[in-house]
Design a protein around this ligand. Structure first.
Ligand code: AMP
Length: 305
């Protein structure tokens, strides 16, 4: 484990200071009081680590808008269902801290499971937003796990803004509602999905794929592109666009389609007649890895980065 304030080699001879590593809610709350006293605007980027350019794009957004940026790294057991990949989820704190150091992040909050959920922990935050379909239906209890940990992260960090990725757009809806309903005073900012040049949305879980699996996983973004192309060619019935997206994934050997849908972004219900603002949602499993992706129907995927 890297030590607080240690120097880390980066970019040849350059060395950057590691972020301050905070491991307990109490420690973070103390820092938060200092930040409040000195009028600092705190931005929070919650992550589960195994950082990639998608996470770092949220960090960059936060740095543009806030004077102090906290990145949390916590693999939250509450949001994993039975039989899901909690144990297999990539853990690489050392290299994550080096990446954050390179970007000049000041504070990294890395609590332990026992620290966040001590014996007797009995609270669950259930947010009825983002609909009951798609990820909510496929992973019962997932969003309650997300809302519970995010409520705790907001409570101890006290951010003005918190940054989440569009790839998990249903999660963004849940967190926005949470912030509003509990008067948390946190602006929830959604950053765009960062993709590899071939279209695959970056995800920590991509590391769990073989080279062949990584190739096959491209079918998710191809499915989104297909729906967009059909829409631009004049197809507007939600079921037809859904079928177009689903068939791309179904045709990929070794890939199991979980769902495809064309939905209204306000309530995540399937649309009868699609518009440019409709959102395409896809999810599939391959090599035991659960992947999701999404796009706005009327916008081509942004591939360059
Ligand atoms: P995770 O570590 O996967 O829980 O993700 C932490 C945050 O990063 C969430 O808000 C995700 O939506 C966001 N994120 C994950 N992948 C991407 C990506 N490819 N582009 C932009 N944001 C992302």
């Amino acid at each position: 484990m890297a030590e607080r304030g240690a120097r880390v080699a980066s970019g040849g001879s350059r060395a950057r200071t590691l972020p301050e590593i905070v491991t307990t809610p109490d420690e973070l709350r103390r820092l938060r009081l200092e930040w409040t006293r000195s009028g600092r605007q705190v931005g929070l980027v919650p992550t589960m680590g195994a950082l990639h350019p998608g996470h770092l794009s949220l960090v960059a957004l936060a740095q543009r808008e806030c004077s102090t940026v906290v990145v949390s790294i916590f693999i939250n057991p509450l949001q994993f269902g039975e039989g899901e990949d909690y144990l297999a989820y990539p853990r690489q704190l050392e290299s994550d801290l080096a990446l954050l150091a390179e970007r000049g992040v000041q504070v990294c909050y890395c609590p332990t499971v026992d620290g966040l959920y001590p014996d007797g922990f009995a609270t669950k935050v259930v947010v009825k937003a983002g609909g009951d379909l798609w990820e909510a239906a496929r992973r019962p209890g997932h969003f309650a796990g997300v809302a519970t940990v995010v409520a705790k992260l907001f409570a101890s960090t006290g951010p003005c803004r918190a940054y989440f990725g569009e790839k998990d757009v249903q999660q963004v809806a849940v967190v926005r509602r949470l912030a509003l309903d509990l008067d948390l005073g946190v602006e929830v900012v959604m950053g765009p999905t960062i993709r590899d040049r071939d279209g695959l949305a970056l995800s920590s879980r991509n590391q769990l794929l073989s080279a062949a699996g990584r190739e096959s996983a491209r079918c998710l973004s191809r499915a989104l592109t297909k729906a967009g192309e059909q829409f631009r060619a004049g197809v507007v019935r939600g079921v037809d666009l859904t079928r177009a997206a689903a068939s791309v994934i179904e045709q990929e050997p070794g890939v199991e389609l979980h769902y495809a849908g064309v939905v209204d972004p306000s309530d995540f219900q399937p649309v009868e007649v699609a518009s440019a603002d409709s959102r395409v949602l896809v999810s599939a499993q391959l090599e035991g890895v659960h992947l999701i992706d999404t796009s706005r129907l009327g916008s081509p995927l942004q591939l360059e980065r």
